[in-house]
Write a protein that binds this ligand. Structure first.
Ligand SMILES: [Zn+2]
Length: 293
């Protein structure tokens, strides 16, 4: 049975990524549409109020409703969110906020996790050997289960190093000997975003390039923060005041940059609930999966 916050005056912010009919090799962020619907139904049955972004802001200032509440957030602006999440939530009148990567919306660019999944599905290689300072990691690629483990292994391997995801992919691609990606896009189009905006859904920034802001230099981090806001505001013709940290990575310097750029709230992936008076630039979130257990 799902346990959300038991206390009045608390908000549980749920964090979702891709929502897909069935999981492929990536079991790291996506959930299935059935699991998603089951979770939303449970929230409804438990009579939580579902918040909009501005209600979330009021809650932080202590001016919100005292009822137990939930805010639904979706990172990355994946096109499946438009296809599957949008019609489901719209039909039920449930609000949500979508954090977009400004450099991906309306382009044919493919997120690295989608590229990696695609390559692993297609490769005929029997194994992948990754070499780092600490030694070798050998990942078998014979079966589908091997490939699921390999996907997770690569993500773990990448998290241990101080290297960008795209640089890592450049290293891996020749080893897998695959051609171009099969997918034509990863993110929503601007027309889809506008349709969702018209239906009342909220949007925030998830940077331009989906970079780890704590890893890149300050100038670049500042650019990600400011430029994504500018692009989104021009396209949406409304203020964009919420930011979700790519990979949940942040530090006090990044918080200062967000504040200076005019953001009012920032969402982490640190697990926990949110109470009035909490730091609006370090909002805790729960993942969908942990809440389903
Ligand atoms: Zn993300």
């Amino acid at each position: 049975m799902m346990q959300l916050n038991e206390m009045d005056n608390q908000v549980t912010i749920l964090m979702f990524h891709k929502v897909v009919p069935s999981l492929s090799l990536n079991h790291w962020g996506p959930i299935t549409l059935d699991d998603f619907k089951a979770q939303i139904d449970l929230i409804g049955k438990n009579k939580y109020s579902l918040l909009t972004l501005s209600e979330m802001e009021r809650h932080l200032l202590g001016r919100g409703s005292k009822k137990r509440a939930v805010l639904l957030t979706f990172d990355d602006g994946s096109c499946d969110n438009y296809e599957h999440v949008f019609p489901f939530l719209r039909e039920r009148g449930i609000p949500a906020v979508f954090f977009l990567c400004a450099g991906y919306v309306g382009t044919g660019r493919i997120f690295w996790w989608d590229r990696l999944e695609d390559w692993l599905l297609k490769t005929r290689k029997q194994r992948l050997i990754l070499r780092s300072g600490q030694g070798e990691v050998i990942l078998p690629l014979k079966s589908r289960d091997d490939k699921i483990r390999a996907f997770n292994g690569i993500v773990r391997y990448w998290h241990c190093g101080r290297i960008g995801a795209n640089e890592l992919l450049e290293e891996i691609k020749p080893l897998l000997q695959v051609g171009a990606e099969s997918a034509t896009r990863s993110a929503m189009s601007w027309a889809e975003v506008r349709k969702m905006q018209k239906a009342g859904f909220g949007f925030g920034s998830h940077g331009v390039e989906h970079l780890d802001l704590a890893l890149i230099d300050h100038k670049k981090a500042k650019d990600e923060i400011k430029r994504s806001k500018k692009i989104l505001e021009e396209k949406l013709k409304e203020d964009v005041t919420a930011f979700s940290f790519p990979y949940g990575k942040w530090n006090p310097k990044i918080t200062t940059m967000l504040r200076a750029a005019g953001y009012k709230m920032a969402f982490t992936s640190v697990p926990g609930e949110v109470r009035p008076g909490d730091n609006a630039y370090a909002l805790k979130r729960r993942t969908a999966l942990e809440r389903m257990k």
